[in-house]
Write a protein that binds this ligand. Structure first.
Ligand SMILES: NC(=O)c1ccc[n+]([C@@H]2O[C@H](COP(=O)([O-])OP(=O)(O)OC[C@H]3O[C@@H](n4cnc5c(N)ncnc54)[C@H](OP(=O)(O)O)[C@@H]3O)[C@@H](O)[C@H]2O)c1
Length: 276
């Protein structure tokens, strides 16, 4: 039976690339979500019997409920949920605008959780499903000027790692996709320019990130294809899927540094517990 994919944020970037792959693949149906249906006109080129276009702003629970219902009415199941919708944000931790940061969490963390909460009852009822949460290499490591963005992706990692353990016994799996920088319009995120002289060394980094990710090595079409291949391949779906050279090496370096601290302070750490 055909597997039905629900993908958020299919107007551009990874989401659009993945939607095109799913739309063309034999044996998959597509519920393509975007904030504006007109952004999904590109899907008119494909077989409409296997596509349902839905409106989802991930911060709007009513829209999410309606969209999931719409998809279920057409296809009966949601087998794969791809929580892809997300915002970028560039600025030092101190200089970032609080309202922008709260909105970032609203979309990248609570929005992802809103969609997941709406789809989980469907997956629990069918006793199967795969949730792919699009995190980032910056959900494992962090770099200057991406602190708040990184904080949202660390939140997605923690949330996903707990959820996986809660639903694994119910036939549901959770995979974290962790791309490095890619050529999408993600750079349209909010920017807090450097104003405090002490941070001037980061000004170019912020301006560069905000002005375009076109130099980023990641190719959204390749990234989408790899996500699809791993999700549909014969091997068990992994908990973490780094995508790109910086993703792989950045994650390795961070985990190695963390392990070095854990090892160095092993004996001291054990002193924190009350004696038996
Ligand atoms: N590009 C990178 O370097 C990179 C690296 C690692 C991870 N990521 C992650 O990959 C995911 C996709 O980003 P992308 O790089 O493909 O960027 P993108 O081209 O900007 O796509 C982002 C998508 O999210 C949607 N979106 C934003 N706010 C939304 C909301 N409130 N409700 C529903 N949809 C919303 C956008 O819709 P609109 O068109 O309506 O704004 C768009 O479809 C994000 O989670 C991002 O954090 C990106």
């Amino acid at each position: 039976m055909a597997k039905t994919w629900l993908i958020t944020g299919t107007s551009s970037g990874f989401g659009k690339a993945l939607a095109q792959i799913v739309a063309q693949h034999d044996g998959t149906n597509l519920i393509a979500a975007a904030r504006k249906l007109s952004d999904l006109d590109y899907l008119n080129a494909y077989d409409q019997t296997k596509i349902e276009k839905v409106i989802i702003d991930v911060t709007n629970k009513e829209q999410i409920a309606t969209a999931v219902q719409q998809g279920q009415t057409k296809f009966g199941t949601v087998d794969v949920l791809v929580n892809n919708a997300g915002l970028g944000n560039f600025g030092t931790v101190e200089e970032s605008n609080e309202a922008d940061v709260r909105q970032l969490f609203e979309v990248n963390v609570f929005g992802l959780a809103n969609v997941t909460k709406a789809v989980l009852p469907v997956m629990r009822a069918q006793k199967s499903g795969l949730i792919i949460n699009v995190s980032s290499v910056l959900g494992i490591t962090s770099i200057p000027t991406f602190g708040w963005y990184s904080a949202t992706k660390f939140a997605v990692e923690g949330y996903s790692n707990a959820l996986r353990q809660e639903v694994n016994g119910l036939g549901i799996n959770v995979m974290l996709a962790e791309p490095s920088g890619a050529r999408t319009k993600w750079n349209a995120g909010k920017t807090a320019p450097v104003q405090i002289d002490d941070y001037k060394q980061f000004a170019d980094m912020i301006n560069g990130a905000a002005s375009g990710t076109t130099q980023a090595p990641g190719d959204p079409v390749r990234i989408a294809q790899l996500m699809f291949d791993v999700a549909t391949g014969d091997d068990p779906v992994p908990a973490h899927l780094p995508l790109g050279e910086f993703a792989t090496n950045g994650m390795k370096q961070e985990l190695t540094k963390t392990l070095a601290d854990v090892d160095k302070y092993h004996d001291l750490s054990l002193k924190a517990d009350s004696p038996a």
